[in-house]
Ligand binder design. Structure first.
Ligand code: CP
Ligand code: NVA
Length: 296
């Protein structure tokens, strides 16, 4: 596997299948598998808050026999207290692998460029590859990947950008309903040509869907736009009325955290179609596989 995990785009289907095989094994033998990262230390440089990404990486590292150091916002202060370059060079003398969660994708790339140890993208404004890989793993586990139709409604953000790469690698169709001006990244749509089908209405996108996926309307860092977004996205809420347009046995995914009552209603998030907690659990198994493969 490549030295850094920047984007799903850089991984071959074979590499992803290898990750999934390993992750399945970790999931089956949660506490009894080999501790192959003994004496290794993971650093987590996080400029945005996190529950799932942080905790699953820290617990994953510990289950593999290693340690972790969390460096939250206000600690390293990339580009403020010291340059991204200096921080990356110095941290790689202490750590064996680093997860970076930041704002601009360019800042992540710069960090990875100057680090001499593997760097994992723990979310940027553009991409969330750990989420995307783990989502494909969940879709495979719950529905299989052949002929599965996924519908994504809402904001064309980092989560759906990575999902697009994941779906395109495995030929999974992705129906998209996003407000005009809030579609996924143009370059990524181009890269994954043929994967996304665009719909003007949520109902259209959901027709025949096996999985319906949504994410927050206001991502981290976009809080100033919240009021405007609440208006723009109003018709894109995932609620029980809308869900009826999908297949009867549709499953609902959300990367979490959810803004309940905005992009998704309580009854849908907590209801019988929801697989969001299983989806969140899979982050742990898949990221353990990523750690092991990157450090092999
Ligand atoms: N889905 C996800 O990445 O969650 P956190 O922001 O809590 O890490
Ligand atoms: N799109 C969300 C994902 C959080 C995991 C955000 O960037 O805030």
């Amino acid at each position: 596997m490549k030295r850094n995990l920047v984007s799903i785009k850089d991984l071959s289907v074979e590499e992803i299948k290898g990750l999934f095989d390993l992750a399945e094994g970790f999931k089956l033998n949660r506490k009894t598998h080999e501790m192959s990262l003994r004496n290794k230390t993971l650093g987590l440089v996080f400029e945005k808050p996190s529950n799932r990404t942080r905790v699953s990486f820290e617990v994953g590292m510990s289950e593999l026999g290693g340690n972790s150091v969390y460096l939250g916002y206000g600690e390293i202060e990339l580009g403020k207290r010291e340059s991204v370059k200096d921080a990356a060079k110095v941290l790689s003398r202490y750590l064996d692998v680093i997860v970076v969660r930041t704002f601009s994708h360019q800042r992540f790339i710069e960090f990875a460029q100057y680090s001499s140890v593997p760097v994992i993208n723990g979310l940027t404004d553009l991409l969330h590859p750990c989420q995307g890989l783990s989502d494909i793993f969940t879709i495979k586990e719950k529905k299989g990947l052949k002929d599965t139709v996924v519908a994504f409604i809402g904001d064309g953000n980092n989560v759906v950008n990575s999902l697009l790469y994941g779906c395109s690698k495995f030929g999974v169709r992705l129906n998209l309903a996003c407000p005009r001006g809030y579609e996924p990244d143009k370059g990524i749509i181009e890269d994954t040509k043929g994967t996304a089908r665009f719909y003007d209405s949520v109902e259209g996108a959901l027709k025949g869907a096996d999985i319906v996926y949504t994410d927050v309307w206001t991502s981290m860092g976009k809080e100033k736009e919240r009021e405007k977004r609440l208006k723009v996205f109003k018709a894109f809420q995932l609620n029980s009325r809308i869900l009826r347009f999908a297949k009867k046995d549709v499953m609902v995914m959300h990367c979490l955290p959810a803004h309940r009552g905005e992009e998704i209603t309580d009854d849908v998030l907590d209801g019988k179609h929801s697989i969001v907690v299983d989806q969140a659990e899979n982050r742990l198994h898949v990221q353990k596989a990523i750690l092991v493969k990157l450090m092999a």
